[in-house]
Design a protein around this ligand. Structure first.
Ligand code: F0G
Length: 461
């Protein structure tokens, strides 16, 4: 028997341009990490060997996208590239109106300002850092209505991104539909480990919210990866095309916020897309204040073009199979050597479960932050904490939010690293696992007010 199964995700491209990587010594990394306050966000990229900090804006563009960059129409108003992107968003996501933004949080800002009244509630399937902050800055209170399985790193539920409609219904009963600005449905759920939402759940969400006149806003940042999981896991969708699945997902929602820096294979860009004419007019007006004119939204014409071309490439099955396949390859190798990770393996990243990896470290000594630091020390690999530091403080009590999930994210940029790089990564994780009992906690020595994980500094205990 050949092991052809394992190779099915081979990259549907070859490499035309390369960027050298830089290797460092352990002593060098020890110093770099101390200077960065044990926060991987504060490392200089030149000191990193394999960068798995994020899949955001770190993708490799295709020759076709680069060629499109030369066709940037840099007019202040009415750029050709805007109309191209509008066509592609209509074709693949199905919304009527497009408002480009510099990235996802620009779109989150606009929709939050328009739809949230102070005192409102905004339920969602687990939080994302910037999404929740914009909801809070607009005076809203985020309420987590994801299914319980999402908070359990060992649950094998195939759609751990699903909303718990019972939780949503009791929130509606408790506060009244008119105090719910909208429901956020994220596809896939980043903080849960890149876990998808099912089509059935989206359909039922639509039915419930329609009954109460509540809007649904899709976080479409990784909706194409979600569509792939629906095709793989949901009965009845095996032979649907990726574009059909994506369109059906969007059809159950009223609007989407989008970070093009993920699914859409670009380095910068995002948008708000929606169907309601009144809200569109408000958004098109507000974008001028915060981002730029409504036909460029803080982007250059060439960026709009790269994103329009990125949509076409992102929905190709060969692409998405290799993209998710690479992540699964790493996850399966780690599982095979007994490393505790979130299962099922997510779409954009493998998440190490720091609570099981470093059980001797109390959550208030930041086990996931520690583990991210140790991985860097070990091999120059940069990862990201997704635990108590990312969760931040309660907006009323000021206390640390203590999330059930204390994770380190090994995030894979699209089309960037090879299978050999993947092997280096698993070897580094294994090496840290072998010496895990000697690892100590951290203490916070500086903490900024907003999105603290980006800039917090730590010292070794
Ligand atoms: N929604 C989700 C699910 C995201 O993962 C992100 C960004 C955003 C919204 C905001 O988009 O960065 O373009 O403003 N996630 C990045 C990450 C930063 O590393 O996961 P943005």
């Amino acid at each position: 028997m050949h092991k052809l199964e394992k190779r099915a995700w081979a990259e549907p491209f070859k490499i035309k341009v390369v960027e050298p990587l830089r290797m460092t010594t352990r002593e060098y990394r020890e110093r770099a990490l101390e200077e960065a306050g044990y926060n991987t966000f504060l490392l200089r990229s030149r000191d990193v060997y394999i960068d798995l900090l994020t899949d955001s804006g770190t993708n490799a563009m295709s020759d076709n996208q680069w060629a499109g960059m030369m066709l940037g129409d840099e007019a202040y108003a009415g750029s050709e590239n805007y109309y191209h992107l509008e066509d592609k968003v209509r074709q693949y996501y199905g919304y009527k109106y497009l408002v480009p933004t510099h990235q996802g949080r620009g779109a989150e800002h606009l929709i939050s300002q328009i739809l949230i009244k102070p005192g409102d509630f905004v339920p969602g399937n687990m939080y994302f850092t910037t999404t929740r902050l914009h909801q809070e800055l607009a005076g809203g209170t985020f309420v987590d209505v994801i299914i319980d399985e999402a908070h359990d790193p060992e649950s094998l539920h195939p759609f751990k991104g699903n909303l718990d409609l019972g939780k949503l219904e009791s929130l509606i009963q408790r506060v009244g539909a008119n105090r719910i600005s909208y429901v956020t449905a994220a596809a896939t759920v980043n903080m849960a480990g890149g876990q998808p939402i099912s089509m059935q759940n989206l359909r039922e969400l639509r039915q419930l919210t329609a009954k109460h006149g509540i809007r649904v806003v899709l976080d479409a940042t990784r909706a194409i990866e979600n569509a792939w999981f629906i095709k793989q896991r949901e009965a009845g969708y095996e032979s649907h095309s990726m574009p059909d699945i994506l369109l059906e997902m969007c059809s159950y929602t009223d609007a989407c916020t989008m970070s093009g820096k993920k699914d859409l294979l670009v380095n910068i860009g995002g948008f708000l897309a929606l169907n309601d004419t009144g809200i569109f007019e408000e958004a098109r007006n507000l974008v001028v204040v915060y981002e730029g004119l409504h036909t460029y939204g803080g982007l250059a014409g060439r960026d709009l073009e790269a994103m329009a071309r990125g949509i076409e490439e992102a929905v190709q099955e060969d692409h998405i199979r290799a993209r998710v396949g690479q992540v699964e390859y790493v996850g399966e190798r780690l599982l095979s050597i007994g490393i505790p990770i979130v299962v099922p393996i997510g779409g954009h990243a493998v998440f190490l479960d720091a609570k099981r990896f470093l059980p001797q470290i109390d959550q208030l000594q930041f086990p996931a932050q520690v583990l991210a630091a140790e991985l860097y020390l070990e091999s120059g690999i940069r990862t990201m904490e997704r635990g108590i530091v990312s969760a931040g403080r309660d907006k009323v009590t000021g206390e640390n939010v203590m999330p059930k999930l204390e994770l380190v994210r090994l995030t894979f940029p699209r089309r960037v690293y090879t299978q050999a790089h993947c092997d280096v990564v698993t070897e580094a994780v294994e090496a840290v696992y072998d010496r895990r009992k000697k690892v100590r906690g951290l203490r916070m020595v500086y903490e900024p007010k907003y999105l603290r994980f980006f800039q917090t500094r730590f010292e070794r205990l």
